[in-house]
Write a protein that binds this ligand. Structure first.
Ligand code: PEP
Ligand code: MN
Length: 337
């Protein structure tokens, strides 16, 4: 429910409604807007709630939130959310670019690539320390040592660190080193992990599950928001379809669709979305043209010898060209990069 207050509603009237909502077993959330205050009543909607809330003084009207994802819905919050973490800003006019290798391989590797990426305009540094690999025999990441390497790269460049956390029990250690906690596609519906990331208070980077619907994706975000953590970025990274010329199928219609349903910023990952380095720059340009608030791109000095995802990883030179092209597209859609 959304309780819309009169523009001249008093503090006392607002508190009264807030308390009434709580007494009905719902969670009140006061949203102070420029012109008026609205109070969200989050929880299971049931008959009789409108009638219970509408008569209070200072109330204009009570509206149901139609979407099942209440806190993520743009019905609740029309203003767009901007997520900030050090150098990274996603959701504002400037498009955030999170770039880096699939895996953190060594301190030299991550520091050297971070310097280049920063110089080329990246605003966040990615790199996996805990890697969700399809095969248990593939490289699983350097774990805590990898996190320390990322922290060194941040100290050297100031770039915000975006790295994946795979298990709820790892959230404290990953949060100690990272600026943004990534939840991977394979974990999008790991509800305990979503709650633990929500509780960490760190900005979250939630990747779409490869067979998740938009509604499931937004309900996953809702788990993080429901823990009081409002800094959630959504990342379209491609889905499973019958097509096999690309690793996944990257549906860019998700960008404007999500932006019509939620206030959360939307990022596109053309690396996992295509699985092919040659296709990455064009899909990055297309993502920006579609209105994406950010990009996540895998970049490595020597993709051929990368410890994971080399086939979809571009070189710093290709990244530099991609950034120049993306800047022109960004300008055409009133954004900057
Ligand atoms: C990654 O970002 O390296 C990754 C594993 O991505 P996804 O969860 O989208 O497969
Ligand atoms: Mn990868």
């Amino acid at each position: 429910m959304i309780v819309v207050m009169k523009p001249d509603a008093t503090e006392a009237q607002i508190s009264h409604v807030r308390e009434h909502i709580a007494s009905l077993g719902l969670q009140p959330q006061v949203i102070v807007g420029e012109h008026q205050t609205v109070i969200a009543a989050i929880g299971q909607e049931r008959p009789g709630l409108v009638e219970a809330l509408e008569p209070a003084e200072g109330v204009v009207k009570v509206l149901p939130i139609m979407a099942p994802y209440k806190r993520a819905s743009s019905e609740l919050k029309t203003e767009r959310t901007v997520v900030r973490a050090r150098s990274l800003e996603v959701g504002g006019k400037r498009i955030g670019v999170i770039a880096g290798p699939c895996s953190v391989e060594s301190e030299e590797q991550i520091v050297s690539i971070a310097r280049k990426l920063k110089q080329l305009g990246a605003t966040g540094l990615r790199g996996g320390a805990y890697k969700p690999r399809t095969s248990p025999y593939s490289f699983q990441g350097h774990k805590v040592d990898g996190l320390k390497m990322l922290a060194t790269a941040r100290d050297e460049t100031g770039l915000a660190i975006v790295t994946e956390v795979m298990a709820p029990e790892h959230v404290p250690v990953v949060a100690e080193y990272a600026d943004v906690l990534q939840i991977g596609a394979r974990n999008m519906q790991n509800y305990q992990l979503l709650q633990a990331v929500g509780d960490s208070g760190k900005p979250a980077f939630l990747k779409r599950g490869m067979s998740a619907t938009m509604e499931e994706f937004l309900l996953a975000a809702e788990y993080i928001l429901d823990r009081g953590n409002e800094n959630v970025m959504l990342c379209e990274r491609g889905i499973r379809a019958f097509e096999d010329h690309t690793r996944f199928t990257l549906p860019l219609a998700s960008v404007p669709y999500l932006q019509s349903k939620t206030h959360l910023p939307v990022v596109v990952d053309p690396s996992h979305g295509t699985g092919k380095a040659a296709l990455v720059p064009a899909m990055a340009r297309a993502a920006i043209a579609a209105g994406a608030d950010g990009l996540m791109v895998e970049v490595h000095d020597d993709p051929e010898h990368a410890m994971s995802d080399g086939a979809q990883t571009i070189t710093p030179d290709a990244f530099a060209r991609m950034m120049a092209e993306c800047r022109r597209v960004a300008e055409a859609v009133d954004r900057s990069l």
